[in-house]
Design a protein around this ligand. Structure first.
Ligand code: PGA
Length: 249
């Protein structure tokens, strides 16, 4: 039985003042021991967040693929780990699309994060035109084939399926489409890493809210959620954690 994981992604939002929201999220996480909860905050908030709510798992949204060096403005996995992050996202579509990150980059970032002792949520997902062309599963399969890190294992790696057209739009795929994609991802993981794929969590992301969380989290092979907009306040995020708790039993 896979434990549900509900992760928030603050993106380029938040300030020290916003950290007060983490108090309620941390309390909910502590009161929901059957669900793993994490919040990926902007780099500048990792240390103050980790200090404010030591019981809550704080993460980064990206890391550089190199351990150190002449990369002005970039942040390494060891740096975010030292600041208090315990996980990082890699391959979010806003980095794949806006920053031109390739599958090879994403794979190298995941491996760098692992070397720094971080857990990783590896994001994949198709664009609307790709879904409309009937290519959604092929696109996601290609992303996984190219970005799955060496040594991929469920104790440090999760996959997040996030259809790009569902992110921040209020639109979500049908539950049947979500279940089909997650099943396809799991079969591909099994082909790559064998029996360990059964334990690997596959999260759904894209316009998850308190209203649709129970349905999405109840779909076959959905082991959690990656939540953007609805992770910015405790009032919106805590009900999603509660929904995961009910589904997760
Ligand atoms: P959203 O973002 O929940 O605001 O759609 C999800 C994500 O980008 O991870």
């Amino acid at each position: 039985m896979r434990r549900k994981l509900v992760a928030g992604n603050w993106k380029m939002n938040g300030s020290r003042g916003a950290l007060a929201e983490l108090d309620g999220i941390a309390a909910a996480a502590a009161g929901t021991p059957g669900v793993d909860v994490g919040i990926a905050v902007p780099f500048t908030l990792i240390a103050p967040a980790a200090e404010r709510v030591p019981g809550l798992t704080i993460g980064a949204q990206d890391v550089h693929l190199a351990a150190s060096g002449a990369h002005t403005g970039c942040i390494s996995a060891a740096m975010v780990a030292e600041a208090g992050a315990r996980f990082t996202l890699v391959g979010h579509s806003e980095r794949r699309c806006d920053r031109g990150e390739s599958d090879a980059d994403v794979k190298a970032k995941a491996e760098a994060a692992r070397r720094a002792g971080l857990s990783v949520i590896l994001c994949v997902g198709e664009q609307l035109a790709e879904r409309d062309a009937g290519r959604a599963e092929a696109v996601v399969a290609e992303q996984i084939a190219g970005s799955l890190p060496e040594g991929a294992a469920a104790d440090w790696l999760s996959i997040a399926y996030e259809p790009v057209w569902a992110i921040g739009t209020g639109r979500t795929p049908t539950l049947a489409d979500v279940a089909q994609m997650h099943g396809t991802i799991r079969r591909q993981l099994a082909a790559s890493i064998g029996g360990g794929a059964d334990a690997m969590r596959i999260l759904y992301g894209g316009s998850v809210t308190a209203d649709n969380a129970a349905d999405l989290l109840g779909a076959a092979d959905v082991d959690g959620a990656l939540v953007g907009g609805a992770s910015l306040t405790a009032a919106k995020f805590v009900p999603i954690v509660s929904a995961a708790s009910v589904i997760g039993g």
